[in-house]
Ligand binder design. Sequence first.
Ligand code: SAJ
Length: 454
Amino acid sequence: MTKHPLSAENIPNLLRKGKVKIAVIGLGRIGLPTAAAFARAGARVTGVDVKKEVVQKTNTGECWLTDELGLADLVRDVVRSGNLRATLEARDAIAEADFSIICVPTPVYETKTPDYSAVQKASRTLGKSLRRGSVVIVESTVGPGIVEDMVGPTIEDESGLRVGKDFGLVSCPERSDPGNIMQNMKTLPRIVGGVGPSWTDITVSLYEAALGVKAIRVSDPKTANAAKLTENLFRDVNIALANEFALLFEELGVDTIEVINACASKYNFMPHYPGIGVGGPCLPANSYYLISEAIKAGNIPYLIRMAREINDRMPDHAVELIEEALNEVGKTVRGSKIAMLGVAYKPNIKDVQLTPVERVITRLKEMGARLEIYDPMYRGEEVFGVKAKSSLEAAARGADCLVIGTAHDEFKHLDLEELSKLVNSRAGFVDARNVVSPSVVAKAGFAFKGVGRK
Ligand code: SAJ
């Protein structure tokens, strides 16, 4: 810990002199890039993680994340420079830290209630060795009020120190887009809300000096957390609206993609697209953080809840389209070989957390289908009980239906004529991610179905 009391003014200078020490709790998809970015800026960073393999890999300069552009090189460089090291043992890292940043996951339980156990555990660990004058920053996504009402009191209980008086408590929610995190880390403004303006100022100074991004001050942690959830729920609700249009326009014989692309010509229309559903560790979970706080406050957020229901229904709709496509070629799901192209929850990343494709695969198996999988991020790996093929052709060979589950770039250049020769006589083709042109697929002889397509 620097001997100089932290101030917004002296942070840039202390950083330059390598005098700022940071502990990052959780070296996951957000924590590791965050630790590496601060280390690049000159901070002495210790990453803490419960996974031995992550700690060992990091300390050899290796990066467990394979799909974040630029991260592997950065981790190698900052470990080699000595600015980043990883440990299983949090105590010393926190005791000497000027800033301790919580980047642990916040999933939801089966009951759709938030699971803050990792945040609670990190707060306890922090409380055990936190030093007076240091700052605790919460980047994990939580409901508004959780930082003030759970993290702060937990640290106070463990440490005997007082929030705002003896240590800083600040929310600076991560906003980076998985798959583009290193880019976002340099460009995306950060939202910072602390208990007390001076701690907010110190944290703003750290993020601006170290990451070179603009920081937006808000009045307190719960406002920062409300902003994070607002931007993610805005997306989830708009995707639900696009999915609702798709279900309706299919009935009306209108092509939803044609409609959305036409609407996108208007200045205030932000296009969102229908599909197989909403996956990932964020959107399918984040609504429930706000819903649980709302219910505590006696409020029922109807639209947010309905949006979740609509988006959660889309995998079953994809199964209906697969059935329809197979029926059109005189086949049924039972006994058919179905090739799932893409299992990741979004394009070009290696992540199947809460992917909507899993439900489709489970349903099809229950209905007696034989499943093949091809995903460029999972070649030859076991996913959802199926060994993924190492090539698209291998998955498509003898298939009765091809299904696009993820809009990976590779699927934007399909040779449909070639594929039509590999499949089992006339086959179905279901595009659940608006990747291919319906007419081109139909021209290649497939029975085409698409979410929201006519
Ligand atoms: N999706 C659609 N239609 C769309 C856009 C997305 O069906 O028009 C689907 C995607 O295929 C995916 C899911 O929604 O399955 C989520 O996609 P996403 O692009 O929102 O990806 P995430 O969850 O990886 O990242 C989001 C981002 N939030 C916003 O853009 C508001 C990211 O910036 C956040 O940092 C991240 O959540 C997070 O960590 O909260």
